[in-house]
Design a protein around this ligand. Structure first.
Ligand SMILES: Nc1ncnc2c1ncn2[C@@H]1O[C@H](COP(=O)(O)OP(=O)(O)OP(=O)(O)O)[C@@H](O)[C@H]1O
Ligand SMILES: [Mg+2]
Length: 380
């Protein structure tokens, strides 16, 4: 009897409890009319000239695994120019070694189902899949505004603790309500009502803060190791978390509450919540100097890549699973040594790499190369 190699790989993957993406089908998604692609469980190189559909292809995988695009939230833009609806289908093995089938469809409404069951909360996906996406915009983790760094941090914590996104959602809702309440009143709003919102913010905010700080503590050794491996240099990387609510002991909630109380007068004047974890930030340092100010473009790129890929080992340690890695157009930004180091670090992971020029992959033996030309995908 002939053995099906992909069945053997899937069986091995199941035993290792790691995740793999097998087949993608996309209909009327962005510039694709109808594509079907089988991937390998090692390195998948997606190569082509500009504007052929490489990022669209990665985006369709990302959407299936997270119900979210890295580019935009308006799902109508996913639908091909001359179509009324679009759909994406993806199958593989999830982090618990179970087969999965995801179907995402976009028309008047959007919907996403796994194994035929409609998914209502994105956090449900977080407990089934583990992936890292890195695209050209990710440099904003270093150079961008604090909210972009918080987005990285929140995504990272959610990957390790899927319930974290629910907690953050509760905080954001309470904050929105408090701000709406502050704006609504021209006269002084009820102290009692503000007290209710303060309590909710202190409750959720102190828990979010605690989880973020704990994450950074656990993450730092992985980041240090990852940076040394990628940059091959002796530069020391470190991270500082900045918060108004500088209370890192057991009385988080009480101190958070008293800060909100203290700033109430100011909040009433500016009609917004001035203090809290929604203003926090973290700064990366290289040899004690801020990476965003002093690091070169290549160093900043390496730090940004490193922040993401260092997550892989931490996820492996805490959740005990491998992570699918999606890299959009980043190899061209790194020198040949850093490219080689990064590929070494990703060895053993299922990886998707888009590029215009695939010479960085010349020495990789275990890989599939796909050429994308005018929305047609061919394995070469
Ligand atoms: N909804 C849509 N319908 C049809 N075409 C679309 C849609 N959305 C985007 N496109 C087009 O798809 C094409 C491919 O985009 P994509 O971002 O995948 O290119 P790429 O191969 O990654 O190119 P680059 O190397 O420049 O990053 C673009 O020309 C873009 O305008
Ligand atoms: Mg692209």
């Amino acid at each position: 009897m002939e053995t099906n190699p992909s069945a053997v790989i899937n069986e091995q993957k199941k035993n290792e409890k790691s995740m793999v993406v097998n087949t993608l089908r996309a209909f009327n998604f962005r510039n694709f009319n109808n594509v079907e692609i089988d991937f390998c469980d090692s390195v998948n190189i997606i190569k082509g000239m500009n504007a052929q559909g490489k990022t669209n292809l990665l985006e369709s995988i990302l959407l299936s695994l997270s119900a979210k695009s890295h580019r935009e939230s308006n799902y109508r833009n996913f639908i091909g120019q001359y179509a009324d609806s679009a759909s994406v289908y993806l199958n593989g093995v999830d982090i618990d070694g179970l087969d999965f089938e995801v179907e995402a469809s976009f028309s008047e409404e959007k919907s996403l189902s796994i194994n035929g069951r409609t998914i209502r909360r994105r956090s449900e996906l977080g407990s089934m899949f583990s992936f890292i996406f890195f695209g050209p915009d990710e440099l904003s983790i270093i150079k961008g505004a604090p909210y972009q760094r918080r987005a990285f941090l929140d995504e990272a914590v959610s990957k390790l603790t899927p319930e974290y996104s629910l907690l953050l959602g509760s905080y954001t809702k309470a904050l929105r309500q408090r701000n709406a309440f502050l704006k609504e009143y021209n006269i002084k709003p009820s102290e009692e009502m503000l007290g209710v919102y303060d309590l909710a913010l202190a409750e959720y905010g102190s828990k979010v803060l605690k989880q973020r700080i704990r994450f950074l503590k656990e993450f730092l050794p992985f980041l240090k190791e990852g940076y040394a491996e990628i940059a091959s240099s002796a530069e020391k990387i470190s991270v500082n978390y900045y918060t108004d609510t500088a209370v890192f002991d057991d009385s988080y909630k009480e101190k958070y509450l008293s800060l909100l109380k203290q700033s109430r007068k100011e909040d009433l004047f500016y009609k917004t919540t001035k203090y809290g974890i929604h203003h926090d930030d973290f700064i990366v340092f290289l040899d004690g100097r801020q990476a965003r100010q002093f690091a070169s473009q290549g160093q900043q790129r390496s730090v940004a890549v490193c922040l993401k890929v260092s997550m892989i080992k931490l996820i492996k340690q805490i959740r005990g699973c491998d992570t699918v890695v999606l890299l959009d157009d980043i190899m061209s930004e790194l020198d040949s040594v850093r490219q080689k180091n990064l590929l070494k670090l990703l060895c053993g992971m299922q990886t998707f790499i888009t590029c215009v020029d695939d010479s960085f992959a010349a020495n990789i033996s275990d890989k599939n190369v796909y050429s994308v030309k005018n929305a047609n995908v061919k394995r070469i």
